[in-house]
Write a protein that binds this ligand. Structure first.
Ligand code: PLP
Length: 401
């Protein structure tokens, strides 16, 4: 069991009021709140250690470099990866773009995504296909939000050069059978990129055993700062992936005739990185490590189950992917009401939910809806908050009918 009161006390923002009511933050899929451990690490860095990293000989620069590179080790430990396979990026979107622009695929190659992807895992591939006479295909979903995994094999041709799928749907919370997808891909000799943006916050991440080729996530969805993320790639890709961004910090020697780049992750980290963000991410992972991802996953599943049961008691509510093989995310609509109106009314009660298409317009098209209301939970949410939410939702439904 996690100590929920202690955890809540670790997040200063949770004591805020919104419209005179205690904040109930159910928009964790968009971004999570930050614990004091993360805020303090950033304040300490700027108060005591701020300097540019990697090439300074003075004390502050050496200290900042050590912090930055220790952070890489912390991220490696947390994700069961090797630190020399971890590249710091600006986030999930950035990581996917680095791969899409670096794979150097032959003209006419085909890429497979899924119908539930976030736009960030569609558009970089779509751009590539438009510019290189490629074809973008997708694994369709069933109405319960799960992938039609049997269709995957029928989509694969000799031109399929990558499968890029999300581990957890940001809109539905559905957990995809990544192991099975990777098995099929490997059998056909196709590399796999896994979008872990919504998985890392909710479950244990084990990159060594996952068997993917690329894995991306954003720090801000794991209790850490915005504007930083991680691209993990299997070692074999480090020398193969072409550079799409170049600049200071990535080189061994530069001359106007020829530049030699370093090996390893730094090759993909041009310019001054988001040092505070990386330090914040390490602080977040240390904090999560102390609590334990298994315990967090268990608590969040209890929240998911309880909220699903409560919402299913309301005849006006329709849940998409109405089952429990999910991370703690529930997308729903109130029949006859626009999701924006539901979200605006809930805000009056201090409840933050996300409304709209959640950057998954193809998924919205599948359900033939403009958007949903999404309640996404985190480790600091409680059953009491869900009760408040259900009560506020019932009042909102009355107002809207
Ligand atoms: C599954 C998924 N992929 C990609 C992204 C994009 O993440 P970022 O905006 O941090 O780059 C998100 C953000 O919501 C997401 O949920």
């Amino acid at each position: 069991m996690i100590d929920i009161n202690k955890i809540r006390n670790d997040f200063p923002i949770l004591s805020r009021t919104i419209n005179g009511k205690p904040l109930i933050y159910f928009d964790n899929g968009a971004t999570t709140q930050k614990p004091k451990a993360v805020i303090d690490a950033i304040v300490k860095y700027y108060s005591e250690q701020n300097a540019n990293i990697h090439r300074g000989v003075h004390t502050l620069s050496r200290e900042a470099t050590i912090l930055f590179e220790e952070a890489r080790k912390t991220v490696a430990n947390f994700t069961n990866a090797s630190e020399d396979e971890l590249i710091f990026t600006a986030g999930t979107t950035d990581g996917i773009n680095i791969v899409a622009n670096g794979l150097n695929l032959a003209e006419g190659s085909e890429i497979i995504v899924s119908e539930m992807e976030h736009h960030s895992n569609i558009l970089p591939w779509q751009l590539w296909c438009e510019r290189n006479k490629g074809a973008l295909k997708y694994i369709p979903i069933k109405d319960d939000g799960t992938l039609e995994i049997k269709k995957l094999e029928t989509l694969i041709t000799k031109n399929t050069k990558l499968i890029a799928v999300t581990q957890v749907s940001n809109t539905l919370g559905v957990i995809n059978p990544i192991d099975e997808i990777i098995k099929i891909a490997k059998f056909n000799g196709i590399p796999v990129l896994v979008d872990g943006a919504q998985a890392v916050p909710h479950m244990k991440t084990d990159l060594k055993n996952l068997g993917a080729d690329f894995f991306v996530f954003s720090a801000h969805k794991v209790y850490a700062p915005t504007g930083v993320g991680v691209l993990w790639m299997d070692k074999k890709w480090l020398p193969k992936l072409q550079l799409s961004k170049a600049g200071g910090g990535t080189i061994k020697t530069v001359s106007f005739e020829k530049t030699e780049y370093v090996d390893g992750p730094l090759r993909f980290e041009p310019g001054t990185p988001n040092i505070e963000g990386v330090i914040g991410l390490a602080a977040a992972f240390k904090y999560l490590g102390e609590i334990g991802m298994d315990k967090i996953a268990k608590h969040e599943h209890t929240l998911l189950k309880y909220a699903t049961e409560k919402l299913n008691e309301l005849p006006e509510v329709e849940i998409y992917a109405n089952h429990l093989n999910k991370a703690a995310v529930i997308s729903f609509n109130v029949k006859g009401a626009h999701p924006f109106d539901v979200g605006t009314l809930l805000d009056k009660y201090g409840i933050a939910v996300r409304t709209g298409h959640h950057c998954t317009q193809p998924l919205m098209k599948h359900y033939n809806i403009p958007g949903t209301v999404r309640a996404s939970f985190a480790m600091y949410n409680t059953l009491e908050e869900i009760n408040e939410f259900i009560e506020a939702l019932q009042k909102s439904i009355k107002m809207l009918s």
